[in-house]
Design a protein around this ligand. Structure first.
Ligand SMILES: C[S@@+](CC[C@H](N)C(=O)[O-])C[C@H]1O[C@@H](n2cnc3c(N)ncnc32)[C@H](O)[C@@H]1O
Length: 352
């Protein structure tokens, strides 16, 4: 089993990192990968995740375990699990364990821009991935990277193995249109697509609660690694947090963090989209997964949606362009009926 990290589209690090960071700071928005690449950044991000992410809390872990059990129950006897932006691989390991428990032979392909996180994920999942481990380091936001990654996947042994494509916790970091572009380049018809995200529960109070998950000591320490690397002022007051909205029409609301220091124009250093349940489901459906399943925590602050990609070509068009008016009405009615049936059942998580 090979667990050596291989750089597919090598991140331009560390040789010209300072030059790259200076250039990035001149742009309005910083590329998210710049916040994760170095070992110190990935360590500090993991500290934020452990302390503040709903996914890492007990309710989040229960949610993922329930979703993964459902996925494992329906899985064929052998699969390839492809994790885009694998992070530490903790969630991937839970899925691989659930698959192993059902006797499913799973090969694992973790991919991330951070070499140290790819290494962690490969090490964490080695035991559970009965079919071996093929880690890849790639900047998926680079224009040609997702297509190159897809070609690399197709060249692996047994290319027809059914695939589970994970996009866990990635939606907050990417503009929805960019996230769709990455996934469209990688997805094949028949793949099981699994997308998860921190959600924004309804209500003003929820906004205040969500803000505390960002405006805190751990998050500031993580984000300030970047100006510190440039020798710029890096104290807590240089960062300001507020709610904004993704550029896309009817896009998710997002937390925005700006860096402000003397002699430096303010810059958007970080954003985190907080989709609603409806937006998360619509995202998965727009990628060709019909009738996706959706589970959320009872607090409504974390969601996992999954579905089989049925129509890759059709997924490029909006559902409204594909259905006649009568068909849309019929669909709405059947969705309402399904929701009524689901809420009548008593379940630990909300299902849509
Ligand atoms: C919020 S974390 C999610 C990690 C993991 N999937 C989870 O759910 O715990 C986002 C991950 O995306 C990775 N990432 C950010 N930008 C990336 C890029 N351009 N290409 C590949 N990975 C990227 C980061 O290194 C980080 O591991």
């Amino acid at each position: 089993m090979s667990c050596v990290s291989r750089a597919l589209i090598p991140p331009r690090w560390p040789t010209d990192r300072v030059r790259l960071l200076r250039a990035a700071f001149r742009r309005k928005i910083l590329a998210p990968r710049l916040l994760y690449e170095t070992p110190a950044q990935s360590r500090k991000w993991l500290a934020v995740h452990r302390r503040w992410s709903p996914a890492a809390a007990a309710r989040g872990r229960r949610l993922y375990r329930a979703a993964f059990r459902g996925i494992a129950r329906a899985a064929p006897r052998a699969v390839r699990v492809i994790s885009l932006g694998c992070g530490s691989g903790a969630k991937d390991r839970d899925l691989l364990e659930a698959l192993r428990h059902r006797g499913v032979h799973a090969a694992y392909c973790p991919c991330d821009v951070s070499p140290s996180l790819v290494g962690k994920a490969a090490a964490a999942c080695r035991r559970a991935a009965l079919g071996g481990c093929r880690p890849l380091v790639a900047d998926l936001a680079a224009p040609l990277a997702p297509a190159a990654f897809a070609r690399r996947l197709n060249r692996l042994p047994f290319p027809r193995t059914p695939r589970i494509v994970l996009f866990l916790g990635m939606l907050p970091n990417f503009d929805p249109s960019r996230a769709r572009r990455i996934l469209r380049a990688v997805l094949r018809r028949g793949d099981l697509l699994v997308v998860s995200a921190n959600l924004l529960p309804p209500g003003k109070l929820a906004e205040r609660r969500v803000m505390t998950q960002y405006d805190n000591r751990e998050t500031r320490a993580w984000l300030l690694e970047l100006p510190r690397a440039l020798g710029w002022p890096a104290h807590a007051e240089t960062l300001s947090f507020r709610w904004g909205r993704a550029s896309e029409r009817r896009g998710p609301r997002r937390i925005e963090v700006r860096y402000r220091a003397a002699k430096h124009p303010p810059r958007l250093i970080f954003f985190s989209n907080r989709h609603t349940r409806t937006q998360l489901r619509a995202f998965v459906r727009a990628l060709g997964a019909r009738a996706p399943r959706l589970l959320t925590t009872t607090a409504g602050d974390e969601g996992v949606a999954w579905g089989n990609v049925r129509a890759r070509g059709a997924a490029r068009r909006r559902p409204s362009e594909r259905l006649s008016r009568a068909a849309r009405e019929a669909l709405k009615l059947s969705i309402k009926a399904r929701r009524r049936r689901a809420s009548a059942r008593s379940e630990p998580f909300r299902r849509a």
